[in-house]
Design a protein around this ligand. Sequence first.
Ligand SMILES: N[C@@H](CCC(=O)N[C@@H](CS)C(=O)NCC(=O)O)C(=O)O
Length: 200
Amino acid sequence: MARLLFSPASPYSAKVRMAATWLGLPIEAETVNTNDEPALLVGNNPLGKIPTLILDDGTALFDSRAIMQELDRMSGRKLFPRNTRKRMEAERLEALGDGIADCLLAQVYEKRFRPAEKVHQPWLDLQARKVARGLDWLNENPPRVTTRLHGGQFAVAAMIGYLDLRFADMNWRRGRPKLKRFEDRFAKTFEDYATLRPQG
Ligand SMILES: N[C@@H](CCC(=O)N[C@@H](CS)C(=O)NCC(=O)O)C(=O)O
């Protein structure tokens, strides 16, 4: 069985785990701590990042978007739309969800890994502006939720979960009712969201 190295707080891992569950793919998830640089992780992914998927034949796959493409193949093309235009939009949505997560993570790491006196506030502010613009864009262009979920929606839902986990003070729902509606509809359609979203 394929093995997924992950951490419960990681938005990219949550995206992949949610998609695999939605598709009913048999994947064994194993928690790793990236800070420890465990041999299992760095031996399979020189970047030492999660998620990393180890396939049955031992091939290791990363990053999360490459894993999503593999899940799409494993599921018989059920994770992304077949229609070219719709697929492009789903891939762009995934890039935006992941990209906002990148900006959130950059802020978390700036504070976590730098001594307090070296934290560069203009860098944090720059990342926060990207996040705000990304969320506003999503509110203006809310992903439609139907009975067929795709990779883009999982990325946005995972990013929202990470916002709630690490940036609760931001109150991102304020002034973004259409994005909140997406969240509500997604949670109704994919009930495992409650347990698979990023957790502390
Ligand atoms: N673009 C990558 C980002 C993965 C990533 O940055 N994961 C974080 C955890 S959320 C990580 O592994 N951090 C540890 C590190 O950068 O050393 C993806 O989509 O998989």
